[in-house]
Design a protein around this ligand. Structure first.
Ligand code: FES
Length: 175
């Protein structure tokens, strides 16, 4: 059985032609729906936050679109605009704002540098005087044929792979 979402938003994108009630949320609702879906995907919360497009919710606004929210103390919100997306979704599931690419990159670089220092320190215990360039060619140094050193170096390689994958993803998202 599928679990209910943490949050379910119903976004009006109703269109009316030549109606005394106005044109409806229409394109503004479509833009809001798209922005919400994109933000939910960026947060990786598509299984816990659902966004559904609807017809008229009965509070046709002059600007933005109308959104029904479940659960919530205010179940119907009017005049909702794309700029309100973050506030509408609330904190991320871990309680904070979603990290940006720069922040992720900085974190990855920091842990990579830490691990790199660890690898070099370990290598220098096995053969004093080794440089960072030396440890990139471990086969030139039989002293580095050590399981602890290989383990630490393997972790560093894994970290570098994650960094590369994240940078490639960032580039793809830019396209
Ligand atoms: S058209 Fe959107 S609430 Fe009525």
């Amino acid at each position: 059985m599928q679990r209910p979402p943490r949050l379910h938003l119903f976004v009006c994108a109703n269109r009316r032609d030549d109606s005394p009630l106005g044109p409806g949320c229409g394109e503004r609702g479509d833009a809001l729906y798209d922005a919400l879906k994109a933000e939910v995907a960026a947060r990786g919360e598509h299984t816990t936050t659902w966004v559904t497009k609807t017809h008229c919710l009965g509070l046709c606004p002059k600007r933005g679109a109308t959104v029904a929210r479940y659960p919530g103390s205010e179940p119907i919100l009017s005049d909702v605009e794309v700029a309100d997306v973050t506030a509408l979704l609330g904190p991320t599931s871990d309680g904070g704002a979603p990290p940006g690419w720069e922040e992720i990159d900085r974190e990855l670089l920091a842990v990579e540098e830490l691990q790199s220092t660890k690898v070099l320190d370990l290598a220098r215990r096995l053969k004093p005087g080794l440089t960072l360039e030396d440890v990139q060619n471990p086969h030139d140094f039989p002293e580095l044929d050590d399981s602890d050193w290989h383990y630490a170096d393997g972790i560093l390689t894994g970290m570098k792979s994650v960094s590369s994958a994240m940078r490639a993803l960032r580039l793809r998202r830019k396209d």
